[in-house]
Design a protein around this ligand. Structure first.
Ligand code: SF4
Length: 116
């Protein structure tokens, strides 16, 4: 995929996020050159995400990218075609589901102990 010149490429060091290293089994196929495109990190409140989302839509590693962003609790940029608000909502929903599963397991164990 050819990057549009309007994306204003800017190389940043991968360590700037302080996040775990990206898994190169999927990042090697990133349509955007992951973590190197300023347009994927619009300023807070910036609605100019149409172009990065368009690129993500055709990216072969969109789902892996999205999962990575959710897993690390990413709060900035466009990842897997989703903006920060959408990523945060997925993280919150998964946290609620995990909490409910732990509560159900604890309740089940308590019930089992009462029958012993
Ligand atoms: S889904 Fe988007 S942000 Fe993620 S690697 Fe692909 S183009 Fe880049």
């Amino acid at each position: 995929m050819t990057m549009p010149a309007s994306l204003n490429l800017r190389v940043v060091t991968p360590a700037w996020t302080g996040r775990p290293a990206l898994d190169d089994t999927w990042t090697a196929h990133a349509a955007c050159g992951l973590g190197t495109v300023e347009a994927f990190y619009p300023d807070h409140g910036d609605a100019r995400t149409r172009e990065p989302r368009r690129i993500c839509a055709g990216c072969p590693v969109k789902l892996a990218c999205r999962e990575y962003a959710v897993a690390i609790g990413e709060r900035y940029g466009v990842w897997g075609g989703l903006g920060p608000g959408q990523l945060v909502r997925i993280q919150a929903a998964r946290n609620r589901a995990a909490k409910a599963a732990r509560r159900a397991a604890r309740d089940y164990a308590t019930e089992e102990n009462q029958h012993d």
